[in-house]
Design a protein around this ligand. Structure first.
Ligand SMILES: [Fe+2]
Ligand SMILES: [Fe+2]
Length: 299
């Protein structure tokens, strides 16, 4: 059973990370369906804005209440997020609320913070509404994936990218549901490693597939990363956990450097690809989130 302080802190930290991830998934769907029935981009836009609204609330509640380690991890926002958002929004003509990013860059951690009953109730309420929203997002992604797999819609996104963001949404929902029972979602170390190593490997695969064929060096590096993570995922057994944690940490650190350089290259328009800068920053933040989890496992 989580204490009030832990319930509030963990809920806010998970929501800060995943609400932004969810709104960006909706942004990628909104802008990745140039040829289809306009109802899909429209629905994605509505869900994106709903997540923006709830993220504004979360940011307000989180000031002072969240831990320094999460704020410093660069998983919520990076030094590149705002530039990436401005460029991506202007290039796609799709809206992004930049004020949220600025507010997040100013978030603080207060060691003397008082965790009140009022805040616990407010966080419980945000969690509840986030569960409802993420359930909608899951149903929407499942519908899109089904139509893609039946070749009913043409898109600029890979079906495996939709399956990938669907798994991220389901993890978020499951975590929220456990938190509402005042518990942390129970998963074995191998389950956590396999989940995130698969995510990291798929990121590398998407990057490889979305880079222009002339970017031979980048493509080769991305392909090598996807092989490394595929192998790590296959090898996780209970008796090998410590070894896999260490190897995953080193591989994720290297992949994070690659994603960071890639994001800077996309912002500076030095890389030829069909990747928007915000997608670079998005996968960079997911690597930073995983790196923080890996550090906790190393303790
Ligand atoms: Fe994602
Ligand atoms: Fe991802």
């Amino acid at each position: 059973m989580l204490s009030r302080e832990d319930f509030i802190k963990i809920s806010l930290e998970i929501n800060l990370f995943f609400q932004r991830i969810m709104k960006e998934h909706m942004f990628f769907i909104e802008t990745g369906f140039p040829y289809s029935n306009p109802s899909y981009p429209e629905k994605a836009n509505i869900l994106k804005m709903s997540f923006e609204e709830i993220l504004i609330e979360t940011v307000q509640l989180a000031n002072g209440a969240v831990s320094e380690s999460v704020l410093k991890s660069n998983e919520l926002v990076t030094p590149y997020t705002l530039d990436a958002e401005e460029l991506t929004s202007s290039a796609t003509k799709a809206s992004i609320n930049f004020d949220i990013t600025i507010a997040e860059l100013n978030l603080m951690s207060d060691p003397d913070f008082v965790y009140t009953q009022w805040l616990e109730d407010a966080v419980y309420n945000v969690n509840m509404r986030s569960i409802n929203l993420v359930e909608e997002v899951i149903a929407f992604k499942e519908l899109i994936l089904e139509e893609m797999l039946e070749c009913k819609i043409a898109t600029a996104l890979y079906p495996s990218l939709i399956a990938h963001i669907l798994r991220e949404a389901k993890l978020y929902r499951d975590m929220l549901k456990s938190l509402q029972q005042k518990q942390v979602l129970e998963k074995s170390t191998c389950e956590v490693l396999n989940f995130w190593n698969r995510i990291m490997g798929e990121h590398a695969g998407f990057i490889e597939g979305l880079l222009d064929p002339v970017e031979k060096e980048f493509k080769k590096t991305a392909e090598e990363f996807s092989i490394v993570f595929e192998q790590l995922e296959r090898k996780c057994r209970k008796n090998k956990q410590r070894e896999i944690v260490g190897k995953s940490y080193r591989a994720t650190k290297e992949l994070m450097d690659f994603k960071r350089d890639g994001t800077i290259g996309l912002i500076d328009c030095d890389i030829k690809s069909i990747i928007v800068p915000l997608l670079g920053d998005h996968v960079l933040r997911e690597a930073n989130h995983y790196l923080r989890l890996l550090k906790l496992m190393c303790r």
